[in-house]
Unconditional design. Structure first.
Length: 93
């Protein structure tokens, strides 16, 4: 009788394991890879790179600081931008 109860437990637990595996490979893992790629992009930014902010502004990096970038909006205006506000690097094309 004990082995029948054990089999029943495994049979009821197996769909949860399969569901978690599917969820992991379709949602969690791709999101972790995207976050890692974005962090590497931010860490690789240097003076002169053009970036797009979360607000949609296209700015040029003037100086890289620990938590901020000093960016140039135009020839006369330079501001500090939080690194978390960077959406992506502007394509040169």
């Amino acid at each position: 009788m004990e082995s029948a109860g054990q089999g029943s437990f495994l049979a009821s637990f197996l769909p949860l394991v399969v569901l978690f595996a599917i969820f992991y490979f379709l949602v969690i893992r791709p999101q972790q890879q995207q976050v890692k790629k974005h962090k590497e992009m931010i860490d690789g930014l240097t003076k002169g790179d053009k970036i797009v902010t979360n607000g949609g502004l296209i700015v040029e990096v003037v100086k890289v600081e620990e938590d901020f970038f000093k960016v140039k909006l135009n020839d006369n205006v330079e501001v500090r931008l939080d690194k978390e506000s960077v959406l992506r690097k502007q394509d040169e094309a």
